[in-house]
Design a protein around this ligand. Structure first.
Ligand SMILES: [Zn+2]
Length: 149
């Protein structure tokens, strides 16, 4: 190998404020990151996958769900994570987009994703008792909290 860039990374292990299960759609990255920072969530273990929390509730393959669960378990084991943030967003390709999946009806999409997030949070709490789970829907105008059932 040839060194092509220098930087100093911290060598200390960190404790994770939250593992964040979110979609890799870059349009919503900055908005949610800003909100998490406002909450004081600075050290995150990002689990960025297409569809975000979808894999926990409506996985394309059952193995997807197990994979995400295992990532969360590893975050807990390695970084003492006690909180998980679940995210879904508007116009997500994993749900067919706003136009394709919901005929452009943003209200229907938001309602659908709210229900998905609720079920994802319930599932996760069932699998990993004692974990704090928060769920957010992100659209083009902001971040919306899904209140626990
Ligand atoms: Zn997406």
């Amino acid at each position: 190998m040839e060194k092509v860039f220098h930087f100093d990374a911290p060598r200390e292990k960190y404790s994770c404020d939250a593992a964040v299960v979110w979609c890799f759609d870059n349009r919503f990255q900055q908005g949610l990151a800003k909100y998490l920072k406002r909450l004081g969530i600075l050290n995150t273990d990002p689990i960025k996958i297409a569809g975000g929390a979808k894999s926990l509730v409506s996985p394309e393959h059952e193995t997807d769900r197990e994979f995400v669960l295992e990532q969360i378990r590893k975050s807990i084991r390695l970084h003492g994570t006690s909180r998980v943030i679940l995210m879904l967003h508007s116009d997500c390709g994993a749900y067919g987009g706003l136009a394709g999946g919901f005929q452009g009806d943003a209200k229907a999409e938001a309602g659908h994703h709210e229900a998905e997030l609720r079920r994802a949070a319930e599932f996760l709490k069932g699998e990993l008792p004692g974990l704090e789970v928060q769920a957010y829907f992100v659209d083009f105008e902001g971040v919306w909290a899904v209140n626990p059932a």
